[in-house]
Every structure is written in C-alpha cells, then in structure tokens.
Design a protein around this ligand. Structure first.
Ligand SMILES: [Zn+2]
Length: 125
C-alpha cells in the first residue's frame, strides 16, 4: 500500500526518503512516485510513518523550504556576548519567506547535508 496519507493505491516502488545516512525508503504508488519525481513537495512524518503531500503539508503545520535566499547576522544576539546567530532565509513552497535562526555550526551542517541543495556563498570568518 502507498505510504502517502489516505492513498489506497498499491505500491509499485520503494521511494528513497533520504540520500544520506541510514537508507530510509517508503512504498509509494505510481501516481505519487511520478509526482515526487516531478518535484512536487512532500514530507515524511515519523509519528505515523506517512508521507504528506499537497494541502496535508500545511495542515500538519509544516512548510517546505524550497529555495535558499541567503543569510544575515543577527546584530541583537551578536552584540549580546552570546553565541553568534545567523538568520537563514528560505522561500517556502507557497512563495512565502521562511526565516530560521541558527548558529554557524548548524548552518554549516545544514548546507553540507546532502538533503539540502544550496548555493552557499558563505565563507566563515
Ligand atoms: Zn499513492
């Protein structure tokens, strides 16, 4: 059976969910495999081992970051003596901006991850 939420179609293949680390894949039907191959946003939900697509992604309170916009230093935290935070900016799958605060190591790990395809013009200072 297809892993996409509420889909009742028979699975035709195991779709790879990650490209790095332990190989995780889930059975999907031909229709959903074709949609995922075509670049339609999807998200694996661990709790019930379901794949969310379409409006189910939003209903779950999740939004996919589909493109990397850039980063900026957060002056407020940078001058407070705390860890230097960066404000990473993405565009969501609905075109709305997504801003995430993270420290340099986290941002570096994100960018080096095979799951994030980013042009990253940042050299650590
Ligand atoms: Zn399906």
């Amino acid at each position: 059976m297809c892993t996409v939420l509420r889909c009742q179609q028979a699975a035709v293949t195991n779709y790879p969910l990650t490209t790095k680390g332990p190989l995780l894949s889930a059975p999907v039907c031909k229709e959903h495999k074709d949609a995922m191959d075509a670049g339609e946003p999807w998200r694996a939900r661990a709790e019930d081992q379901a794949i969310l697509m379409g409006k189910d992604i939003k209903l779950a309170g999740s939004q996919l970051a589909v493109s990397w916009d850039g980063f900026s230093r957060d002056l407020e935290t940078s001058t407070s003596g705390g860890p230097h935070m960066l404000r990473a900016r993405f565009t969501g799958d609905d075109g709305e901006p997504i801003t995430v605060m993270m420290n340099l190591d986290t941002l570096r790990a994100l960018v080096e991850s095979a799951e994030v395809q980013l042009e990253f013009p940042f050299s650590p200072s």
